[in-house]
Design a protein around this ligand. Structure first.
Ligand code: ADP
Ligand code: MG
Length: 627
């Protein structure tokens, strides 16, 4: 079968997402790959689909038992035979799984890295055709990463023992240069196809609030989002206990997780959350690694994390299904002090020598500062995050609390004219910095050397801050009034559109940040008061807003969700493994009556249709008849 057909038949999707096809094609050509894609981008499909097309077995290395279980359940539900081999199996189960594997029943097997070099497993592996080794969460090989796992170092040794070297495919969401180089070196990837897709998670709304009554604000949020699943992150165990207790008293469906709880309780609570028996998880940052729950609709931070890496990772657990989801940070000044305390008393650093410890601490303090700025910036929050990770986007995303409350439409025609005029007068010979410095009136050797101080626009925008001029200039590029040359100099050239602004009286407006107080302070009054709170949307707004979604659809969604819960109980799998929120939403919009129509719903493959299709169809039919 072709990859496109597999995508439709097993996974129920119509098209590949960014990056997926390139990686799949490379693997099928026998090339190693390294896919660096953000959480929720769909890395699993990149090895699962080729695994179904290659001769031989694909081994997937994954760091956590819960991750493996989740993925294997998902594959089995889609009608693909897969198994996992890890310490959660009894000896009997393990032997049976290996036996089935030898018989070639599974195209895909998930293996814990610790198992690879054991006698029993090697015995099997050396005797089997292994087409690919897919390394999920590949950053675990790197000591630079946050989740270094020594057992990942065994992967290379294992591969070297195999009689025929399989394709090695590595995947991670960690983008730093050190980690990337480590993965390539340590896993000994051979001229891998590199694929990095953007870090932006467009479906996530970002918000910062600084309510006087933090608990009240969280409670208010939950009141406005009944029936939705989400996580509330707290900085300390004590805080988890406090918030959990209050929420429970206030009648919410909550559970909790932190390192101070007994293993059994932690596991149970985690499962309650995954299976939607408890809707809200209150937890420290100990919770989350290995949680692939796709229908997390919000992540609230009851306190500011220690750095943006942690924040983006934790917030990123929202909306893995690609549906709108919200990430809101409730900031208080005390958070800085708490985090400073963590930094000064970090036990992990005890083994370092003095000098290294000082360096590490200084680095951590700097990260904390940048995290703190996030809570106070007037800029687009998404842009702030992306810039932190080295990406450049637009200065206005329209989907964060700053963009929704801190921006206004500004007529920038005169400023744009000055910039364009300046470029024209110097005969389009310079790049962005020279032009900006000129209109801003910088008195530097460079500007004098280029004689730009004699340009008639020199200093004409002296009063406008440079960052704002830069935003306007970038907007002019975006709107194609200017194009930079496509070489290292990026010289600014005027375009055909330029004269619309310069000669034909066209006006130009754009979104710019309002000049005012810090948003964290501005919002404090509104915090817990209900109503329009700091830019986040009302009940179910995030998920169910948009075209074609009215009250009827909302009611239907609720019914389908209940059916999903019921099926999940019968099958003993988490609800999102049956169908994702996105799939249910799509169903509500299409209201399919026939098998054919049902198969058009994103996320409904043939196998799942055979299992559940009719039950969902009749649920939709009932609802229609009631109309
Ligand atoms: P990652 O491992 O990159 O964090 P996953 O592989 O868990 O992401 O995929 C996240 C979600 O996206 C899953 O629900 C998956 O089924 C869905 N998904 C993956 N590829 C596609 C696609 N091409 N179209 C629609 N949904 C997809
Ligand atoms: Mg993954």
């Amino acid at each position: 079968m072709e990859k496109q057909q597999l995508l439709k038949q097993y996974f129920g999707y119509d098209s590949f997402r960014e990056g997926q096809e390139t990686l799949i094609d490379s693997i099928l050509e026998g090339r190693d790959v390294l896919g660096i894609m953000p959480t929720g981008a769909g890395k699993s499909l990149c090895y699962q689909i080729p695994a179904l097309m290659m001769r031989g077995i694909t081994l997937v290395i994954s760091p956590l038992i819960s991750l493996m279980k989740d993925q294997v359940e998902g594959l089995n539900q889609a009608g693909i035979h897969a198994a996992y081999l890890n310490s959660s199996l009894t000896l009997g189960q393990y032997k049976k799984a290996l036996l089935f594997a030898r018989e070639g029943r599974y195209p895909i097997i998930y293996v814990a890295p610790e198992r690879l070099l054991t006698e029993e497993f090697l015995d099997f592996a050396l005797d089997t055709r292994i087409a690919m080794v897919a390394v999920d969460e590949a950053h675990c090989v790197s000591q630079w990463g946050q989740d270094f796992r020594p057992s990942y170092l065994k992967i290379t040794e294992f591969i070297e023992k195999l009689p025929v070297r399989p394709v090695v495919a590595a995947f991670t969401a960690t983008a730093t240069k050190e980690v990337k180089e480590d993965i390539i070196d340590i896993l000994m990837l051979r001229e891998p196809t590199l694929m990095t897709t953007g870090f932006d998670r467009k479906n996530l709304y970002f918000g910062v609030m600084s309510p006087k009554d933090r608990y009240g604000a969280v409670k208010n949020y939950l009141d406005c989002h009944p029936g939705e699943s989400g996580i509330v992150y707290c900085l300390t165990r004590k805080m988890v206990e406090e918030v959990w207790e209050k929420l429970e008293k206030d009648g919410f469906s909550v559970t909790k997780y932190h390192a101070g709880l007994k293993d059994g309780e932690r596991k149970e609570n985690q499962e309650d959350f995954i299976y939607d028996r408890s809707l809200v998880m209150v937890a420290t940052n100990a919770f989350g690694m290995g949680i692939d729950k796709s229908n997390v609709r919000f992540v609230l931070h009851y306190g500011m994390p220690k750095n943006l890496e942690s924040y983006y990772q934790e917030a990123g657990r929202a909306g893995r299904d690609g549906q709108p989801a919200e990430c809101i940070l409730f900031y208080s000044g005390q958070d800085v002090i708490t985090n400073q305390f963590f930094i000064e008393n970090n036990q992990d650093n005890q083994e370092l020598d003095d000098l290294t410890r000082q360096i590490v601490m200084e680095r951590d303090r700097e990260r904390l500062r940048r995290m703190t700025f996030y809570c106070f910036t007037n800029d687009c929050l998404r842009d702030y995050i992306l810039r932190y990770f080295g990406e450049y986007g637009s200065n206005y995303c329209g989907n964060c609390s700053n963009c929704l409350s801190q921006f206004e439409d500004v007529d920038v025609t005169e400023m744009a004219q000055a910039i364009l005029g300046c470029i024209g007068e110097c005969r389009q010979r310079y790049g962005m910095n020279v032009i900006l410095e000129t209109v801003h009136g910088a008195d530097t050797a460079k500007i004098r050397g280029y004689r730009m101080n004699q340009n008639s626009f020199y200093g004409s925008l002296k009063k406008v801050p440079v960052y704002k001029l830069r935003q306007i200039l970038q907007h002019l590029i975006l709107k194609e009034y200017i194009t930079p040359t496509n070489d290292e100099y990026a010289i600014l050239k005027l375009t055909e559109k330029t004269k619309l602004l310069l000669e034909e009286g066209e006006r130009l407006t754009m979104k710019l940040a309002k000049e005012q107080e810090h948003p964290a302070k501005v919002k404090s009054g509104k915090g817990a008061s209900g109503g329009q709170t700091g830019g986040y949307r009302g009940s179910k707004g995030a998920l169910l807003s948009g075209e074609g979604f009215g009250e009827k659809e909302e009611a239907l969604f609720e019914k389908l969700r209940q059916l999903r819960t019921q099926i999940a109980r019968e099958e003993k799998v988490p609800p999102y493994i049956v169908f994702s929120d996105k799939t249910l939403t799509h169903m509500c919009m299409l209201k399919p009556k026939t098998r054919e129509e049902m198969l058009k719903v994103s996320g409904v493959g043939e196998h799942k249709y055979e299992k559940y299709g009719e039950r969902f169809q009749s649920c939709i039919l009932e609802e229609r008849q009631e109309d």
